[in-house]
Design a protein around this ligand. Structure first.
Ligand code: TXA
Ligand code: MG
Length: 324
């Protein structure tokens, strides 16, 4: 039998980042840490590299990718949007977990944007991600480094478990600090619209963009932002939002916010002992992975307060439950 070669996992240092950068500059693809989740990176302007990303993730090509840049000025090469108009957001929230959807330049391949005339751009805060972008000399398309519709990776181990043999390298930057994907805002419409809740809270954005609206409703096909697909971020185990059901037995998993199941056999994962939504977000995907690996018959998750990062957490829980 011909086993696929395992993907090497590298500790990021000057040498490995340079090596990874040169692989990307030649059309290769590899996983990099960001502050939100691990991304599967490739040259955003090279359709061959972008095809490999779609293929490795088994992701439909109508689903557009986010392009990662290392300097705000790089926006000029990717979008025709007058940058001054986005200055407030850029100065306040970049680098960080905010993605801007802007009208695209024709140099950006249709494959990268799923045929849309807009392009999603993010300037990550993680120093390894930014050094890798600089080392590659490219703009890096990077969706979360998980197979389509599966749980997003927040450690190099998650990436390795899911994509080893399909990508050229994994840079291990340790666990991601934010733990949910970036918040996506479109500036390509008449007024700003939030398309995906994420690591930057709605409230923080609203303070800068009064009257900000959202369009994140759960859709079943042809979504504006495929983070909107009903089934997304799902574990393989049957998964439901907890609505007061009886919790019992060793094959029941429970993602808990405040409730403690009476039956001590229930496999319980506390999102945050101290009730911090920030900590909860950072531990969410790790919890889904852990419980999904325990051969349970069902996992329930208790919704969290719907404020701040709680909106992103609840959104991921609802979508993870979408298929059951
Ligand atoms: O935090 C993140 O954003 C991570 C890290 C790796 O940077 N990346 C990530 O990428 O979550 P991905 O591909 O899993 O999610 C990209 C999201 C999707 O919901 C997609 O629909 C939306 O961004 N998006 C990308 N381009 C878009 C466009 N032109 N218009 C509307 N939505 C777009
Ligand atoms: Mg994703």
């Amino acid at each position: 039998m011909n086993l696929p070669a395992l993907t090497p996992v590298w500790t990021p240092d000057d040498v490995t980042i340079r090596k990874a950068g040169s692989i990307l500059s030649e059309g290769g693809i590899g996983a990099m840490p960001t502050e939100t989740v691990y991304g599967l990176a490739g040259d955003a302007l090279n359709p061959t590299a972008v095809s490999r990303i779609f293929e490795a993730k088994n992701r439909p090509t109508f689903n557009p990718l986010i392009i990662h840049i290392a300097e705000p000025e790089d926006l000029h090469y990717l979008t025709v949007y007058p940058i001054e108009k986005a200055e407030l957001l850029i100065n306040k929230f970049w680098p960080g977990p905010l993605t801007l959807v802007l009208p695209k330049r024709k140099e950006v391949p249709d494959l990268t944007t799923g045929g849309k005339d807009s392009v999603a751009i993010r300037l990550p805060a993680h120093p390894i991600a930014r050094n890798l972008i600089r080392a590659s000399g490219k703009y890096l398309a990077a969706p979360s480094a998980n197979p389509f519709n599966y749980i997003s990776p927040t450690t190099a181990y998650h990436v390795q478990a899911q994509l080893s043999g399909k990508i050229d390298f994994i840079l291990d930057g340790g666990p991601c600090t934010v733990g949910v994907e970036s918040t996506v805002i479109s500036l390509a419409e008449k007024t700003p619209v939030l398309l995906r809740h994420g690591g930057l809270s709605f409230e923080d954005l609203e303070a800068v963009l009064p009257g900000l609206t959202e369009r994140t409703s759960i859709l079943h096909e042809s979504p504006d932002a495929p983070g909107q697909l009903a089934v997304h971020y799902s574990p393989g185990t049957r998964f439901k939002l907890w609505n007061g059901e009886d919790l019992s037995g060793p094959r029941t998993g429970f993602i808990s916010w405040t409730h403690v199941p009476e039956d001590p056999e229930v496999v319980t994962y506390r999102l945050s002992e101290s009730q911090s939504l920030i900590e909860g977000a950072s531990r969410l995907f790790q919890g889904l992975y852990e419980l999904d690996g325990k051969n349970l018959s069902i996992i329930y998750a208790e919704p969290v307060p719907d404020t701040g990062l709680g909106r992103a957490i609840n959104d991921r829980l609802r979508r993870a439950a979408g298929k059951s």
